[in-house]
Design a protein around this ligand. Structure first.
Ligand SMILES: NC(=O)c1ccc[n+]([C@@H]2O[C@H](COP(=O)([O-])OP(=O)(O)OC[C@H]3O[C@@H](n4cnc5c(N)ncnc54)[C@H](OP(=O)(O)O)[C@@H]3O)[C@@H](O)[C@H]2O)c1
Length: 317
């Protein structure tokens, strides 16, 4: 079992997710955390990753490194979203297996499930139908990671487990409008519109799709929960179990930001999947559930954005 001296490699520790996991582990007193930036160790480079694992011999690995982005970035860079994500995770998973890492946590996302799967999304719906085309490159890469960990569990009886978080948001989120997800993109748009005298804000799509959002610190708690417990299955959803319309989300953010202008919905832009709600009963049954409500999480995120907006691109943990 894990103890406070267990050597834990957090891949992607400067990202929103990896950073939240690192902070959580540090706060709990884990003192043997191993981290590398992408310039110190490019996880796409198999030889470099193998050498790093042979030298450092981590006991536990958390894979929070990935090339991530919204609809625009996925559309523009399909090859990178497919190939770089497979390279990163394959190198980490294979090096972990070969250096006898006992516990591996693979992070994916809810986009691995079919576009029109019944709602809420159960883990068993994986690979039962076609994916949402706007992010299928990323989703296919992530599915191969889930399957690689499942294969290792079956063949080598090791505790390699995949956690699929719903949409995440929080401190250290990406507020770059070219590559960001819906929640931070809206927050930035409302903020800038407020600064410009409460001018109208134009948002993508019809506003009718339903989405679920989890504060990133809650995901970090789920990862630490998975580290401290042997999860009996290979795949678990992590979310709140509650969703809302994008229009309602916009109103919550608008209020938190204090924007008083009009919202214009640009229906010529794609909506993506009509609804994406995770079934989180498997994690609930094991004893994990989220703690931060959406309004509170959005207020915390906006407070962080206000403090860091001048240099949010440079802010690194
Ligand atoms: N954000 C979400 O809404 C969300 C939702 C569900 C699931 N997830 C999952 O959570 C994981 C992390 O997402 P995130 O939002 O934290 O992403 P992020 O903020 O973009 O961070 C990604 C991290 O990956 C590292 N990385 C990327 N390419 C690398 C490479 N070639 N070599 C080494 N490191 C590399 C980066 O390291 P450097 O900073 O050192 O360059 C960065 O710290 C992903 O697997 C994603 O699927 C995220």
């Amino acid at each position: 079992m894990l103890n406070k001296e267990t050597k834990i490699f957090i891949a992607g520790h400067r990202g929103m997710v990896g950073g939240a996991i690192k902070r959580n582990l540090e706060e709990k007193g884990y003192s043997n955390l191993l981290v590398r930036t992408s310039s110190e160790l490019d996880l796409r480079n198999q030889a470099a990753v193998t050498a790093f694992f042979e030298e450092e011999k981590p006991e536990v690995v958390i894979d929070a490194a990935a090339r991530v982005g919204g609809i625009l970035a996925n559309n523009n860079f399909p090859y990178q979203f497919l190939m770089e994500n497979m390279q990163i995770q394959n190198n980490l998973i294979d090096a972990s297996l070969k250096t006898d890492v006992q516990k591996f946590i693979f992070l994916g996302s809810s986009c691995i499930y079919p576009k029109f799967a019944p709602q809420p999304l159960k883990e068993e719906y994986l690979l039962t139908d076609t994916l949402e085309p706007t992010n299928e490159w990323y989703a296919i890469a992530k599915i191969t990671g889930v399957k690689a960990c499942e294969a290792i569990r079956k063949q080598f009886d090791k505790d390699y487990v995949s956690l699929m978080p719903t949409n995440l948001y929080g401190t250290y989120d990406n507020f770059d409008l070219q590559t960001s997800h819906v929640l931070p993109a809206m927050m930035r748009k409302f903020h800038e519109a407020k600064e410009n005298g409460h001018v109208p804000v134009t948002l993508w799509g019809s506003g009718t799709p339903m989405r679920e959002f989890l504060f990133v610190d809650d995901l970090a708690e789920a990862v630490v929960f998975a580290l401290n417990n042997v999860l009996p299955d290979y795949l678990y959803n992590v979310g709140t179990g509650v969703d809302l319309r994008i229009k309602e989300l916009a109103e919550v953010i608008q209020k938190a930001v204090g924007h008083e202008g009009e919202i214009i919905w640009d229906s010529s832009k794609p909506d993506g999947t009509p609804r994406k709600l995770m079934d989180i009963s498997k994690m609930h049954a094991l004893g994990w559930s989220h703690k931060v409500a959406l309004k509170e999480g959005i207020e915390k995120t906006y407070a962080w954005f206000l403090e860091n907006q001048q240099n949010y691109k440079e802010v690194k943990l």
